[in-house]
Write a protein that binds this ligand. Structure first.
Ligand SMILES: [Zn+2]
Length: 437
């Protein structure tokens, strides 16, 4: 009977793990105007990620012109802000054999005025440049397209109190230079009260809220309230934030957080093979990820635009989502208390077991080792299920066939795929816009 219960509990846990690791269904074109629809955002993804568009390429200029036009049509009165490229960015461009002379990081900044211009503004931010060789459908065309669709929905919900700043940054892939230019030089930078940033480190999976501004207790409380009804529900835990802070990577949000601004950083990381890869095409993008990140961004930004007071920096909270349904949060002290309680109860159980059954300490030790073995094999099994059944393992649509280009393989992507010259990706850095994909 005990064995049956154990197996049933394990099966239920595995089922829950599989179900809760799925990205939501992309919402259709007929979704109400006030909600986010991935299908409505896809035309922008397809245009932005038609080809790789790194800083300095012809395609980059075309994407910039397209976004200026889109934002003008939406009434956001976009302007361009040019900032210098950092020495690290220049070094990166020269390392791939290009010249950085005359190149700048050019942000596109749009404004949706709020009813009270005296209130701090809310920024929605994503970068429109890609790395060379990758169309960047996920990183970060999906973020840019999601912001445009979210702004459309915010407008459909009626005027908000606060002003919304739409910040499409440039040169993120080089060294976060666009974000640095905005937060150190742009006239609007001192009016910003909160930031919502959208990123991707793969082409699928659920979107995580993986970073906040400093002292996040109030931010987490507001994020939890805002995203209760988002498609797919919230995904976030303080462990992800903790691990991310130990890693050397940065995103545009790093600059905002360094300025002490409140806000959230959203990203999806499934289908990791698409990260900075030629395979990151609109066709290969998990539209469920676009739906999830877009809906989370829309609900969070809309909440910030209309709430009485934006989150202030106070203490950090311990938190985690409960099966994507809600976010549970408590103070760090409560976490330590729970840990101490668990340790105490375990000790008490060992002491009781020794007295009730005459166990020796060696038996208790064997029991502990058995428990650890069970937990670690559970972790291995859970990871196997995640890979097999989760978003990473889902079927990836084949990218469109790519016509061979005349230039042949020009080096830096040599060896990515054989035969390399059958694909155009490797030619793009040398001849922007000449690719056939
Ligand atoms: Zn990115």
């Amino acid at each position: 009977m005990r064995l049956v219960l154990l197996i049933a509990a394990l099966a239920a846990a595995l089922g829950l793990a599989v179900v809760t690791s799925q990205s939501p269904r992309p919402a259709s074109l007929s979704t109400p105007a006030v909600d986010f629809s991935a299908e409505r955002a896809m035309p922008d993804v397809r245009r932005i990620a038609a080809r790789p568009h790194p800083v300095g390429s012809l395609e980059h200029a075309l994407v910039q012109a397209y976004l200026l036009g889109r934002m003008t049509d939406m009434g956001l009165q976009p302007t361009l802000q040019a900032g210098v490229l950092s020495p690290a960015a220049v070094a990166r461009i020269e390392k791939r054999g290009d010249s950085a002379r005359g190149l700048r990081a050019v942000n596109i900044v749009g404004v949706l005025p709020g009813r009270d211009p005296a209130l701090p503004a809310v920024v929605m931010m994503a970068h429109y440049d890609s790395v060379p060789g990758s169309p960047g459908a996920a990183d970060d065309a999906s973020g840019v397209a999601a912001i445009l669709e979210a702004v459309r929905a915010i407008k459909a919900r009626g005027p908000a109190e606060r002003t919304l700043v739409v910040l499409l940054t440039d040169a993120e892939e080089l060294n976060l230079d666009g974000a640095r230019a905005f937060f150190s030089e742009h006239p609007l930078r001192d009016r910003v009260g909160a930031v919502v940033n959208l990123e991707a480190r793969g082409g699928g999976g659920r979107a995580m809220m993986f970073e906040t501004g400093p002292g996040n207790a109030e931010t987490i409380a507001q994020f939890a309230r805002a995203t209760r009804d988002a498609s797919g529900g919230p995904s976030s835990d303080s462990l992800a934030v903790f691990v991310y802070r130990l890693m050397p990577n940065g995103t545009d949000f790093t600059i905002a957080a360094q300025r002490g601004l409140a806000g959230v950083n959203l990203a999806f990381i499934g289908r990791p093979a698409q990260y900075h890869s030629p395979t990151s095409t609109p066709e290969a993008l998990d539209q469920g990820s676009l739906q999830h990140i877009g809906s989370l961004a829309l609900e969070t930004a809309d909440h910030f635009l209309r709430v009485d007071a934006l989150p202030r920096a106070t203490q950090n909270a311990v938190y985690g989502d409960l099966f994507g349904l809600a976010v549970v949060r408590y103070a760090p002290g409560v976490g330590w208390l729970l840990l101490a309680l668990a340790a105490g109860l375990t000790g008490f159980a060992a002491w009781r077991a020794r007295h009730a059954t005459g166990l020796r300490w060696a038996d208790v030790g064997r029991g502990v080792a058995g428990g650890l073995w069970l937990v670690s094999s559970g972790l291995v099994l859970a990871q196997a299920v995640r890979v097999l059944g989760g978003p990473i393992g889902r079927r990836i649509d084949r990218p469109r066939p790519i016509t061979p280009c005349s230039g042949g393989c020009r080096g830096w992507r040599r060896g990515w795929a054989w035969p390399c010259w059958r694909r155009c990706w490797c030619c793009w850095p040398d001849a922007p816009g000449s690719g056939g994909g």
